[in-house]
Design a binder for this molecule. Structure first.
Ligand SMILES: NC(=O)CC[C@H](N)C(=O)O
Length: 282
């Protein structure tokens, strides 16, 4: 369904472009360094299935850490809250996303599922017969949330991250040493880097945000995709840890559950109203 656009949203995108230059594209994953920092698009997907958008909405981005909320939901569906939070904690860290420092404290399980260590422990839990099967399940769950079976992943970005993921490798070995994970580290990184490379446009992202905003109901069909308590738990993590060490300031200034990713995507969920997908590569 095509989205309409409004003067107000176009004006906001126009104003937001003034901030290009205040940031920089992530280059620790070489394939992400090629991103065009000028691009900015936004979509809002409402609970009645209508949407508005502005900017270059054909543009796609890889989910990167936005995927962590979605795998958390899937792991909770697979195993339930008790088993998941046996491996990963509930607490914000105030540290950057890839920090290893808090793992040194006891207990050495990751403090929350949004930092890389926690997200790796969550991806470890996704059920499947092998790495391909687990990734297929993640992708198909995300396709369902986006209402779009053509959502795929960027092989280039996945490969680029896999080849340069030594910090995540180190986190995995640390987790393995402490019994949080017990699988082959390369298998886990294979699934994780593909999950982070799942690619979509801002409308898909807004529609997923809307499922969480609606406590797990698909906005177009009203079908339940996620149980209420899982959707609420995910939104709580978006508030407390969705922006890592900037989560507190974001909560004060913006005040909605949201999750960022290093490719420049942000997914927001305004409870009972709409989902927001922002693609800004700067
Ligand atoms: N903050 C992010 O988006 C980080 C995700 C990225 N794939 C990583 O693990 O480094």
């Amino acid at each position: 369904m095509p989205c309409r656009t409004t003067d107000e949203l176009n004006e906001l995108v126009h104003k937001a472009k003034n901030y290009i230059g205040g940031g920089k594209v992530a280059d620790y994953i070489p394939a992400l360094a090629k991103a065009n920092p000028e691009e900015l698009s936004v979509a809002i997907f409402h609970d009645d299935g209508t949407c508005v958008s502005a900017g270059d909405i054909q543009q796609k981005l890889t989910l990167q850490s936005v995927s962590k909320v979605l795998t958390l939901a899937l792991a909770l569906l697979d195993y339930g809250e008790e088993a998941v939070f046996d491996k990963v904690g509930y607490e914000p860290t105030g540290d950057p996303f890839n920090s290893i420092v808090k793992l040194e404290f006891s207990p050495s399980k990751p403090l929350n599922p949004m930092i890389n260590a926690g997200a790796l422990a969550v991806t470890h839990m996704i059920k499947g017969n092998n790495a391909d099967d687990r990734f297929r399940r993640i992708l198909s769950f995300i396709q369902q949330l986006a209402g779009n079976s053509s959502v795929g992943y960027s092989k280039e970005v996945a490969q680029s991250e896999y080849e340069t993921s030594d910090l995540n490798r180190a986190l995995c070995y640390f987790l393995k040493q402490h019994g949080v994970i017990d699988e082959d580290v390369e298998e886990l990184l294979n699934v994780y880097t593909k999950q982070c490379a799942i690619e979509m446009d801002c409308l898909d992202l807004a529609r997923i945000g809307c499922v969480f905003a609606m406590d797990g109901l698909e906005p177009v069909t009203n079908r339940r995709l996620i149980p209420v308590h899982v959707a609420r738990l995910c939104k709580t993590f978006m508030v407390t840890c969705g922006m890592y060490n900037a989560s507190g300031e974001f909560a004060v200034r913006v005040g909605i559950p949201a999750k960022s990713g290093v490719s420049g995507g942000i997914m927001g969920s305004v409870p009972n109203r709409f989902g927001i997908g922002i693609l800004g590569l700067h």
